[in-house]
Design a protein around this ligand. Sequence first.
Ligand code: WT7
Length: 670
Amino acid sequence: MPDGSGIMSEESNEGEADVELEARLAEQEAFEPPESFVEQANVTDEGIYEEFEENWPECWEQAADLLSWEEEYDAVLNDEDAPFYEWFTDGKLNASSNCLDRHVENGAKNRAAIKWEGEMGETRTYTYGELLNEVEAFAAGLRDIGVEEDDVVTLYLPMIPELPIAMLACARIGAPHSVVFAGFSADALAMRMNAADSEYLITCDGYYRRGDALNHKEKADKGLRSVDQDVTSVVVDRLGEELTHFLGNDARDYDELVAEHEGASVEPVTRDAEDMLFLMYTSGTTGEPKGVKHTTGGYLAYTAWTSQAVLDLVPEDTYWCSADIGWITGHSYIVYGPLALGTTTVMYEGTPDYPERDRLWEIIEKNRVDVFYTAPTAIRAFMKWGSDYPEQHDLSSLRLLGTVGEPINPRAWKWYYKHIGDEECPIVDTWWQTETGGMMITTLPAINTMKPGSAGPPLPGVSATVVDAAGEEIEAGEAGYVTVDKPWPGMLRTLYENDDRFIEEYWTEYSDEAADEWVYFPEDGAKIDDDGYITILGRVDDVINVSGHRLGTMEIESAIVGVSGVAEAAVVGGDHDVKGEAVYAYVILEDGQEPTDDMRDRIVAAVEDAIGPIARPEEVLFTPELPKTRSGKIMRRLLEDIASGNELGDTSTLRNPEIVEEIADQIDSE
Ligand code: WT7
């Protein structure tokens, strides 16, 4: 998702119109789906909830029916080895042929598949026919460099068309991809390549960010020096003359490789429904990212079905999700879901405020975008910039708006509804995770009343509930935890080569193993109301959500304690008005070390080296001690309150209550 960095010091730019909006909309807590939307929507029968419940799990055949299968599956669900569930068992299909070949064969050869907007103003359009050609050529190229079925190929690419092309080329030959977000550091790349034993890397020379050419290849090369296995790379020339296109040992030029195989016809490899489609590393409580494994049949069926039911996509739509493909949102809802349905998907390379703060609205107007999906952090930034920017553009092509990644505050929701949707577009606030593969809790846009700030009921067929610590369903209004007590087709199947951690992370808290009752625990807090609407309160593990990006506090802490002179560190999330949460690092130095600017710089640099600029601490606070309980546990909750500027509760149970004032004073004085 576009982050809000670089705009933090701006004064709010709210005009009179916003004041009026406040007055009119502030009180309104429920919104009905607009009539004009309902008339044309894909899913309009509210009986779908009951139908799915009564007919579970066979209801998911509806999702499977959106795909073309080479061989029919035998069973919708196999739960014999729960929680290692299997979906659409023994079904055979290929994801790339579902996203490309069948549309080309069905007369959509000349429909735009991808419309790409470069940050500097260039554009590229790939029709379904052209996309298929390039995917086949690159698939042949991948085979040429040695990639075989089931080899994990790492894609370390920014938002350029070669990224989805490479994903689909991998899918075509049955090689799982592992996309590493381009903003991640060299070390983060190396860690992911090592964890997946990946011997192939597709990367590029560089890309533009706010007009500057960034050297990406240098970062990739640095990462490769820490990879244990031999790696063959392919390098895309994104910047031409701007940056020397240095290949190095063993690297191939993408354009040359594709040119050599132009016109190649590469039969899509027949994959089992349960064969791995991709791996995606995501942060958890421990310092080591988790390799979330998604499979071919269930994942593709689920992303296609949710794209149709929730985003309301039809093939004729021009649809835009402003996420980065380096995250799950981009995988599911820029690439696989929309392309499986034969929709035109828009991709934007750059930031929302380059060259001006109306860039996104300009892209929507120019492409006549029908459906737009973005993150609360971006919406809060747009709000801050003011409604003048969207008002300069004709946004009347929009039919539906979506949000994802973190809780959306009602004020931002209403701003989005009024200033982007002109009160004519339903908003879907979609709760889900890397692990769930696709949306889980959201309203269906033509059916349910919308309640700003609340994601809504679970989707039909999704058995999510809110429970207390003992696993009992809680009363409306109380706070508890989200759990899911039935499997769903898009779910992760395991953590890569780590079944034990898979069970431990997701299936231990609330399951009853002896009774073979398995309950998935997403590690989110939530409330539920009398209508069964779920309001997500945020993570309950040591994961923080910065601008919709999931970061592990342990990963950041271990980078900080690696700096010489640092004795101990505690990292927490503090409230931030645009980013949602920001990283606050409390640092204890070794005796004799001074809390200098240089020390602070080295700490920030260490975090950027280990993870990337997205994890950069908002503040580094030096303290002689951390607030600890008498049993020696760090009081993280208190550190969060200090960072958020909240009222501090009772500190009398601390071993060292005096330290709290000392740290809080330091924040106030900065
Ligand atoms: C975490 C998952 C889903 C793709 C992007 C993030 C938070 C996600 C919402 C929402 C409130 C949300 C949760 C979740 N989250 N969507 N609509 N409302 N919170 O994927 O990196 O795996 O992060 O994002 O805390 O657990 P992710």
